[in-house]
Design a protein around this ligand. Structure first.
Ligand code: 5RP
Length: 261
């Protein structure tokens, strides 16, 4: 790996090799999703608790002050909306020149293994990796977003995560599942987990984070289960303790309950 790629990855993954990424890029297909109607208000109070922000260039430019010294993972795929027929029909929506202008530490795109747009999104990933190599910018591949994909079990998530790594992704973002260690074991690059739609109970989110990290995830790249919570700072702080301080599930729950009060 070239120095630029290594350096940028080390901005995202802290000294312990782990990361708490805050995903706030949902508007690129969901529009003003609940609690992200005014991105600045939601994101700013959480910035100091995150190791990086996964974000679109539009929200970064318009809603985040450049004074914040936070590594940025820029959303680089899209081209459809929740109203369209097929969320998997994505193209590349960002140039590396713009990623450099925005001082990106990585770019992110989604792949849709097992859909009608499997080929297109996997080729998009390969192209992005090739371009990223020219600029020293690593690529994060997001697997398995969307309702049409059906069961997200260890077999499917291992398949899509491994394919992403084989095509050159430097980080894979996927979902927690039963036998998650199988997904991590067969993926030769760091795996982080998304949270998915908001769960009713924050303690369930902490359990997923705890189980994922215990089974080898290098951290989380979570969104809605943090910023759609009534207590976003308490949730992200408790997640940090799991990721960076090896806190037990019980300790993280106690932390969440104390901060929530
Ligand atoms: C959308 C994304 C999101 O960043 C991802 O889904 C993580 O957010 P959440 O924890 O809310 O699922 O990649 O395509």
């Amino acid at each position: 790996m070239d120095w630029g790629i290594k350096n940028r990855l080390q901005r995202i993954f802290k000294e312990d090799g782990k990361t708490v990424m805050l995903a706030v890029d949902h508007g690129y297909f969901l529009g003003p999703v609940s609690r992200m109607e005014e991105p600045r208000k939601t994101i700013e109070p959480l910035i100091t608790y995150a190791d990086s922000l996964m974000i679109t260039r539009g929200v970064l430019r318009n809603c985040i002050e450049p004074r914040f010294n936070i590594p940025v993972v820029l959303r680089a795929s899209g081209g459809n909306s929740i109203l369209g027929k097929d969320l998997s029909n994505e193209g590349i929506t960002l140039s590396f020149e713009d990623a450099v202008r925005l001082n990106a530490s990585a770019v992110a795109l989604s792949i849709y293994v097992g859909t009608d747009h499997e080929h297109q999104t996997l080729v998009n990933l390969s192209k992005l990796v090739d371009e990223g190599q020219k600029y020293g910018i690593p690529v994060l591949a997001v697997t398995a977003v969307g309702k049409e994909l059906g069961k997200r079990d260890a077999h499917y998530l291992s398949l899509s995560s491994r394919i992403a790594a084989e095509l050159g992704a430097h980080i894979v973002k996927t979902y927690f599942c039963e036998n998650f260690q199988e997904v991590v074991k067969s993926c030769p690059v760091p795996v982080v987990i998304a949270g998915g739609p908001k769960l009713k109970n924050e303690l369930d989110v902490l359990r997923i984070a705890y189980e994922a990290v215990s089974q080898g995830a290098k951290g989380v790249d979570m969104g809605r289960n943090i910023w759609q919570s009534r207590w976003p700072v308490a949730v992200i702080s408790a997640i940090r303790s799991i990721v960076h301080e090896n806190a037990s599930y019980k300790k993280a729950c106690n932390m969440f309950n104390d901060l929530r009060k």
